[in-house]
Design a protein around this ligand. Structure first.
Ligand code: C2E
Ligand code: MG
Ligand code: MG
Length: 836
């Protein structure tokens, strides 16, 4: 298997090596084939003049270059007749002899002649000398060519054209004052012929020009004349190879001398005369001439007949100008023909390196654009980064700060404490956490609206920070003050103990409770606080917060405006409270409540006038619970609403039964919590109950406490007013325990004043109290109120209050609160006694 693989590999390598060799061989073979198949073409280039003559050289070079470019296998023979210098028969016969010798056995495929003499010679001798080859001529003026070619075949070529007319027209255009045109040519056959053409051209160009021919003068004489030519003249030079004295001179040198001496511009029609001092002209180009002729020759070499190729009339000339001379004679660039070639024009650095400069500029622009793009995108990126950071900060702020007070919030507090506690696994550090709640903040919100409430909170937060910073030696560490939401705040004090906290809390209360003015209102704010110590009162965030909350509630319960330290018993109480709350809920469903009824006596008739309904909780968990032990919890949890409704209905039903069985003179007094009273449908609920149980509003008395007016006076007053209008009596309970303001009694919609039992104990302490009680009763009467005294336990008390004019008396002396069946029993008993 491996062997087979190896064999394949060797074969492949062999193939790879041989393949290029095969192609190489094929290529070589092919080239040989071509070389063998393309026969040599012998081309004779016959020059009228000599090498070194610029016009001859230009034609020859162009012919040679053009033939070289072709794929044909061309062999060129170049022969010069030197006819300018030797225009005689002897020259011709020697040439004939030489050519006979050279080309006797050399077949010529094509003869290319330059200028007149060569064309004439080729035509005369091609049969015997040059295999009678076809001729392509160049450098012969049309009129001369027509003469020479008369009756000749197998010949074609390109005419030499002299645009003297166009050149003079141009001169006239740029020198409008032009009047004299001085011609210069040599006196050879072609020179004379050129001279005639120039003359005709000048005449054709403009009628008002005067032609003066300088050709019969020697160059030296001419050079003496030209400095004095008037400014309305030009010199036109063409085909000038020797002067009248037969001094041979290259045309460019002659023109150079002329231009140097002349005060007027020198124009020329000869490419060879350009570049050394001539201003310019439509120059006959030897190169264009040669090129056109060679193109015709190649057509013949590939098989076309010379007879079928017409003589080319293509203009073998090119407008050319010398910038130095243009400046000298004030000719502007925009005056030149469109396709003109300008020489000696100093090319600026820019023009010389235009491509490099332009590409550099393009690169630079691209680079600048790229840099701008980069800078823009960097700026854009930075902007986005800033925006993202701002957004992040915003989100962070929203998550960690209170929108109202701008203090760190509950989340911040929890993370702060959890981090702190996590760094203290052995609980060796200590700090105090103070839970602060503004007292009666709800009143501010209700009275002034939430927007003022928010401002107050913000103001208060500043106060707290200030108070905290004062305690921390102005360290301005406000991050130790937190906003829990609403009117609740937390402050942390590190490394502190109870003694320090005593001082701190006292100072703080002073700072916090200073009155302040906001929107023309003076605010007196009190706070209740609860203080816990880490680690004694908790080692977790939740424990510390719960316990400080409990301690704070103790402050509230104790009358507000104080700070309370937490202790474990509070926690137990709080636990019990919690348990009670959940059991209350259960008990509503189970019907664990009972209503007891305590009789009230009419002080005048000493007969029972009615009963006060007092709730009892027969709890399977907590036993027989008195209302004072659970009423607060029921209110806090708002369970008082369903409980109160149940009490009202039960009491009214009880009263209905009493009315039915005994007398409808009895009234039933039912205690109402402020929470119930603030229910929008409270009046409707009372009316529904009366309707349902069938007793009249006059048989019902609702007992409320002063706190109703303290917390939410306006709404409570309205509700009571509506109730009173229905005929329901309203009693102000426990008068004398709270604020006991007599002044506002007149404004309240009440019908009865119940003096609290606390009054009774103090009554006998001093004569002063006796006088006070007396005047309360008198004043109550003056306000049209019924006076009820509760907690009467002795006959002495009964006598005294009866004497003072109390209308109703309630107390153990009359009867203790008892269940309904007992009330029925005693009423029945009383009824029986009466009958007896
Ligand atoms: P209150 O309305 O002032 O009721 C009178 C309280 O004084 C009753 O206590 C009653 O048992 C007690 N009492 C009456 N005569 C005497 C006396 O001669 N000596 C002494 N030492 N006490 C006497 P109770 O039943 O424990 O009720 C306490 C409070 O609970 C009530 O005070 C009332 O404010 C509230 N309460 C009772 N039942 C209800 C209820 O159904 N709804 C509401 N909202 N509160 C209720
Ligand atoms: Mg009462
Ligand atoms: Mg009372």
């Amino acid at each position: 298997m491996i062997l087979k693989k190896k064999k394949n590999l060797v074969f492949l390598s062999f193939f790879i090596i041989l393949l290029p060799l095969f192609f190489l061989h094929f290529q070589i073979g092919f080239s040989y084939g071509v070389a063998e198949s393309v026969a040599e073409k012998n081309v004779l280039i016959l020059e009228s003049y000599h090498r070194g003559h610029p016009w001859t050289d230009a034609q020859e070079n162009a012919i040679f270059d053009e033939l070289e470019k072709s794929d044909l296998n061309i062999v060129t023979f170049i022969e010069e007749m030197d006819w300018k210098r030797y225009p005689d028969k002897q020259n011709l016969s020697q040439l004939h002899e030489r050519f006979q010798y050279k080309y006797m056995n050399m077949p010529i495929d094509l003869i290319m002649t330059t200028d007149d003499a060569a064309l004439q010679f080729a035509l005369d001798h091609r049969v015997e000398l040059f295999s009678n080859a076809p001729i392509v001529f160049s450098g012969v003026l049309k009129k001369d060519a027509d003469r020479i070619l008369e009756g000749k075949i197998n010949v074609t070529g390109t005419y030499e054209q002299m645009n003297s007319e166009g050149t003079v027209q141009f001169a006239k255009k740029v020198f409008p004052d032009l009047k004299y045109v001085y011609l210069l040519h040599d006196l050879s056959d072609s020179g004379v012929s050129t001279g005639e053409l120039m003359k005709n051209g000048v005449c054709d160009a403009s009628d008002d020009l005067v032609v003066r021919d300088l050709s019969n003068l020697s160059l030296n004489d001419i050079l003496k004349l030209v400095p004095n030519f008037s400014m309305d003249s030009i010199i036109l030079v063409a085909s000038y190879n020797f002067d009248a004295d037969n001094h041979y001179l290259a045309i460019d040198q002659s023109v150079k001398k002329l231009s140097e001496k002349s005060s007027v511009p020198v124009f020329t029609l000869d490419e060879a005369a350009f570049g050394t001092g001539a201003l310019g002209g439509d120059l006959n180009s030897g190169l264009l001439h040669g090129k056109t002729a060679a193109e015709l020759g190649l057509r013949i070499l590939v098989g076309e007949s010379a007879n079928q190729i017409p003589i080319s009339e293509k203009k073998p000339a090119c407008w050319s100008f010398d910038y130095d001379q243009m400046k000298r004679f004030h000719v502007e660039l925009d005056e030149l023909p469109n396709d003109a070639v300008v020489i000696h024009k100093s090319v600026s650095y820019y023009e010389q390196n235009k491509t490099i400069i332009l590409s550099n500029i393009a690169v630079l622009i691209a680079l600048i654009l790229f840099i701008i793009y980069l800078l823009t995108s960097i700026r854009y990126r930075k902007k986005i980064e800033v925006m993202l950071k701002e957004q992040k900060d915003k989100i962070y702020h929203l998550a960690y700060y209170s929108p109202v007070t701008d203090l760190p919030n509950r989340v911040f507090l929890r993370e702060t404490l959890e981090t702190y506690i996590a760094a203290d696994p052995k609980h060796e550090k200590k700090f105090a956490l103070v839970y602060i709640d503004i007292d009666n903040f709800k009143e501010i919100n209700d009275t002034f609206g939430h927007s003022v409430g928010d401002q107050v909170l913000l103001y208060f937060a500043e106060r707290l920070k200030k108070a905290h910073n004062l305690q921390n030696n102005n360290s301005l560490d406000s991050l130790d003050v937190f906003s829990l939401g609403g009117d609740e705040f937390i402050m942390l004090f590190y490394d502190t103990d109870k003694q320090k906290m005593d001082v701190i809390s006292k100072d703080m209360v002073c700072t916090i409770t200073e009155p302040f003015v906001l929107e023309d209102n003076i605010f007196y704010m009190e706070v209740s606080g609860g203080i816990v110590f880490y680690p004694d009162h908790g080692t977790t965030y939740s424990e510390l917060l719960k316990n400080s909350d409990t301690a704070m509630y103790r402050s509230k319960e104790a009358g507000k405006g104080i700070f309370t330290y937490f202790n474990q018993s509070m926690s137990d109480d709080a636990f019990k409270k919690n348990a009670m709350q959940s059991n209350l809920r259960l008990s509503i469903e189970r019907g664990d409540f009972v209503v007891y009824y305590q009789p009230q006596m009419d002080a005048k008739t000493w007969s029972i006038s009615g009963f006060e309904a007092l709730i009892r909780w027969n709890s399977p968990e907590f036993g027989f619970v008195q209302p004072l032990s659970f009423m607060k919890i029921a209110e806090e949890s708002r369970l008082i609403i369903p409980i109160g409704e149940w009490v009202l209905e039960t009491a009214c039903s009880f009263m209905k039964r009493i009315h039915r069985e005994f007398s409808s003179k009895y009234i039933i007094s039912v205690n109402i919590s402020v929470i119930q009273l603030l229910q929008e449908d409270f009046v409707d609920m009372v009316m529904d109950t009366l309707k349902k149980t069938g007793i009249s509003p006059q048989s019902l008395e609702l007992e409320i406490t002063e706190t109703v007016f303290l917390n939410s006076s306006k709404m409570a007053v309205d509700t009571l007013e509506r109730l009173k209008q229905t005929g329901v009596k309203v009693a102000l309970d426990d008068f004398g325990t709270g604020y006991s303001s007599l002044s506002y009694l007149s404004q309240l919609p009440i019908s009865t004043l119940k003096i609290d039992k606390a009054f009774i104990s103090s009554l006998f302490d001093s004569n002063k109290n006796m006088v006070l009680t007396n005047s309360i009763i008198r004043m109550g009467h003056e306000l049209g109120l019924e006076l009820v005294i509760e907690g009467v336990e002795t006959d002495e008390q009964k006598e005294l209050f009866t004497l003072m004019g109390c209308d109703r008396i309630q107390g153990y002396l009359v009867g203790k609160p008892a269940p309904d069946f007992e009330v029925f029993a005693s009423l029945n008993e009383m009824k029986g006694k009466k009958r007896l």
